[in-house]
Design a protein. Structure first.
Length: 216
């Protein structure tokens, strides 16, 4: 099973990719997470990526494609993948097709989560995660059961993403509209694009995704 989750910042790509990954036992490959790991490890790529991410701009195709290609070449990606945040440009979409074709593989589903801007701002201004295990939360929609304590690992340390600030978020939204949305026709022409109302409650969105991928 090879799935791409597409959608603007805050659409729920990471939330649902994580759940599908557990359900179907295939890795969740998120280009944003890979870049953040490089930043944490202070690699050359991490420093380069940070200079774009801090402004809400896309990291150049060449480095993004090569980073994802390396990840997809790892053994755990052999049986399937849930891609989150990649591809984000037509160049990246074409490169992904070539990578898969070389192994006689293809994408089964491209699922677009549709969410309006007002909702995106509300979601990202309330988003935080556990510093220790990475579990994601939202102040209003999915707070920890016990305030200030991570449900998963009981840590009391939480962090917010620096690119969720209002100014950077505006640029991320523009990048989505001006660059990423252009790949929708690419997948639509191939006949594998499906859209879901990402404004619905999380469980409902997840059920919709599950219906689309069940049987795979
Ligand atoms: P990336 O990390 O991919 O960020 P993004 O696409 O901007 O998306 P987010 O992670 O903010 O949102 P999400 O859709 O995952 O939503 P989530 O599930 O967290 O990229 C960051 C940066 O890296 C980019 O700006 C760029 O610079 C660079 N980059 C990454 N990939 C690149 C690429 N391929 N090429 C070039 N540059 C790249 O949900 C958000 C919140 O909403 C959470 O709190 C969640 O609990 C809540 N929520 C989710 N669903 C619902 C719901 N149905 N109802 C209520 N709340 C909900
Ligand atoms: Mg995400």
């Amino acid at each position: 099973m090879r799935i791409i989750l597409l959608g603007p910042p805050g659409a729920g790509k990471g939330t649902h990719a994580g759940t599908i990954s557990q359900l179907k036992n295939v890795p969740h490959v998120a280009s944003g997470d890979l870049f953040r790991k490089h930043q944490q490890d202070q690699t050359e790529l991490g420093v380069l990526a940070a200079s774009f991410m801090s402004k809400g701009e896309l990291v150049p195709d060449e480095v993004t494609i090569s980073m994802v290609e390396q990840r997809l070449g790892e053994p755990d990606c052999g049986q399937g993948i849930i891609l989150d945040g990649f591809p984000r440009t037509t160049e990246q979409a074409k490169a992904l097709d070539i990578m898969l074709k070389e192994k006689d593989l293809r994408i089964n589903h491209v699922i677009q989560l549709e969410v309006n801007e007002e909702e995106i701002v509300e979601r990202l201004s309330g988003r935080f995660s556990c510093t220790d295990c990475g579990m994601g939360y939202h102040e209003k929609f999915s707070a920890p059961a016990n305030k200030g304590i991570c449900d998963k690992c009981k840590s009391t340390n939480f962090t917010r993403r620096s690119d969720d600030s209002p100014k950077t978020l505006r640029n991320r939204l523009s990048a989505y509209k001006e660059q990423t949305a252009l790949i929708l026709p690419y997948y639509s022409t191939k006949g594998c694009l499906k859209s879901i109302d990402g404004m619905a409650e999380m469980d409902i969105v997840f059920d919709e995704i599950k219906k689309m991928i069940d049987g795979d």
